[in-house]
Design a protein around this ligand. Structure first.
Ligand SMILES: *Cc1c(COP(=O)(O)O)cnc(C)c1O
Length: 342
């Protein structure tokens, strides 16, 4: 299959299911990173005893390159994602190449694989990945002395194939999504912690996602931030180490403020969410889906309709404003986009 056909096929498959045929990789050993090289992305030589497989020394990032109508490619908030990667690497005890090297690697592989980037509403999802690959199963309480850092690419379509639909969520106040001091890292281990509870909620309540509210502190879902909206206000939790500081969340807050909404960042209780959704909106934000409206909320065994049960007008308006910047149809007044050379 030629690349164009592979990209077209990718857009009919689930998000992230197809990888571009190449990645860029650098290896850390003897205290230094090797010169990055572009190589096939279909296999990775890895010892079955690799540290990441046993002790979870792994973290990642997720960002996108957007194709404008003139054909050029633009990466959204590259520096912010690299900064977050550096933070995640520190918490999982892994070395990470310096930000300038990471940036150069991402730009190089996106430029080399530019034909894998679909046109709007598709985009090229970029997955920088860092793993501890030391082949030793005796290092449960010691960091991996070697590491691999590589950047995968995946052509993705609109997150909601066949059009956006309102999501249903369970507000879960009995459990943490992950251990509190790991909340702000994109460490692989965080996601499995939320997964079992999310699977159970899907089975029991038929919901799409779980919003975790440990001890009545409404935080976020397994992989997206949680926002409450109405025509003139936006309410979301204040930043701290317990949950992921989404770049999409931050972008939407900027856009909302500039559109004249009052933005509040503070602690939120489940009771307040239930009250808010009587006539307000709720939505999930993240790179993959941008901003996804919630239509139904389940809390302590009761189903609540969110607003009209459809995707809210403010949700749609803010999503549209952000997407317009990403695809080059509205001015990038915040300097968020980085043009890919070539
Ligand atoms: C990645 C992620 C988000 C969204 O972050 P973005 O930078 O907006 O993509 C939110 N919550 C969790 C747990 C995440 O892993």
């Amino acid at each position: 299959m030629d690349v164009r056909a592979e990209v077209a096929a990718a857009l009919t498959k689930p998000f992230g299911a197809v990888l571009a045929d190449r990645m860029i990789l650098t290896e850390y050993r003897d205290q230094q990173w090797s010169p990055p090289r572009v190589m096939p992305s279909h296999t990775l030589p890895l010892s079955p005893g690799a540290h990441a497989l046993h002790y979870g020394s792994a973290c990642f990032e997720g960002l996108k390159a957007h194709r404008w109508d003139d054909g050029s490619l633009h990466i959204f908030r590259l520096a912010d994602h690299i900064e977050r990667l550096v933070h995640s690497a520190d918490l999982v005890g892994l070395p990470v190449p310096d930000p300038a090297t990471v940036e150069a690697m991402i730009l190089e592989i996106v430029a080399a694989c530019s034909e894998w980037a679909p046109t709007f509403p598709g985009s090229l999802y970029i997955r920088p990945t860092l793993i501890g690959n030391e082949p030793s199963i005796g290092k449960a309480s010691a960091p991996s002395s070697t590491a691999l850092f590589y950047v995968l690419l995946s052509p993705v379509g609109d997150y909601f194939q066949g059009g956006a639909r309102p999501l249903s969520i369970l507000l879960e106040d009995g459990y943490h999504r992950t251990t509190p001091h790991f909340g702000a890292t994109k460490a692989g281990a965080n996601y499995v912690q939320a997964l079992g509870l999310t699977m159970r909620a899907r089975k029991q309540w038929g919901v799409d996602q779980v919003v975790f509210a440990p001890r009545g502190d409404v935080q976020e879902t397994g992989a997206a931030n949680f926002l409450l909206l109405c025509p003139d206000r936006l309410l979301t939790r204040h930043l701290d180490a317990t949950f992921l500081h989404g770049v999409t969340r931050d972008s939407l807050l900027h856009i909302a403020r500039d559109a004249g909404l009052e933005v509040e960042e503070r602690a939120i209780s489940p009771a307040e969410v239930v009250e808010w959704v009587k006539d307000g909106e709720a939505a999930l934000s993240g790179t993959a889906a941008v901003l996804a409206g919630v239509g139904t909320l389940v809390y302590q065994g009761t189903r609540h309709q969110v607003g009209t049960g459809q995707i809210g007008a403010t949700t749609t308006r803010l999503r549209q404003a952000l997407v317009s910047i990403q695809r080059g149809q509205a001015e990038d007044r915040y300097g968020w986009l980085r043009r890919v050379p070539g």
